[in-house]
Design a protein around this ligand. Structure first.
Ligand code: GRF
Length: 205
């Protein structure tokens, strides 16, 4: 696919700080080989949709509840991805597991940001604050974030980038989450998006 910019869709469920980091990176030029053209949320109240609107980007709320099944939900998502001619799918705070049927449709075209150093504190049940609660419970001194390709195994795909973050004395799950976002997630996700978009645009991937 030799083109000047890869078309990116970001799937969200919550506050959208990782989406914002990607949008800011486009503005600053860190990301110049791709552009976010679509944001899809499975939560109609996600502030991420407001961030998309503020940036003039098409936001879509697709409800699993209304569509009554995972298959119908995924079909609606695929429909939108095809309509917007998406090259790269970024899961950024997206709280829904995608089926193998979905992930196998986009080999090495879906990436996710996980708020720990995989293989630590990952897999089924490890998401959001729960990840940091487990890290504090274990007493690790170093944690961080991981960007990885998405396959049918939760947090199981090939690792693309990682960044370590110090756990401080007195950390709560909230203070640790914030530091991991600021020092790791918002740095390695935009960098990984650009790296993969370069590969997609040069036809390498
Ligand atoms: C963050 O902890 C992120 O690591 C995880 O979802 C949480 C919310 O992310 N994937 P965001 O603010 O909605 O991007």
């Amino acid at each position: 696919m030799l083109k000047n910019k890869a078309r990116i869709a970001v799937l969200v469920s919550g506050g959208g700080t990782n989406l914002q980091a990607i949008l800011d990176a486009e503005k600053s030029g860190i990301i110049h080989s791709g552009e976010v053209v679509l944001v899809i949320s499975n939560n109609k109240d996600a502030y991420a949709l407001t961030r998309a609107a503020n940036a003039g980007i098409q936001g879509l709320y697709i409800s699993k509840k209304e569509l009554k099944s995972q298959a119908a939900f995924e079909a609606a998502v695929i429909n939108a991805l095809e309509e917007y001619r998406i090259d790269l799918i970024v899961l950024a705070g997206f709280m829904s597991i995608l089926s193998e049927q979905f992930t196998s449709r986009y080999p090495k075209r879906i990436i996710n940001i996980h708020p720990a150093l995989i293989p630590s504190f990952c897999g089924k049940g490890y998401y959001g604050l729960k990840v940091h609660e487990a890290a504090l419970e274990k007493g690790v001194k170093i944690t961080g974030a991981t960007v990885h390709f998405v396959n049918e195994i939760p947090d199981g795909g090939e690792i693309i980038a990682q960044k370590a973050v110090q756990v401080e004395d007195g950390d709560t799950p909230e203070t640790l989450q914030r530091r991991v976002m600021e020092q790791a997630e918002w740095v390695i996700l935009p960098a990984s998006v650009e790296k993969i978009c370069v590969a997609l645009c040069s036809g390498e991937s």
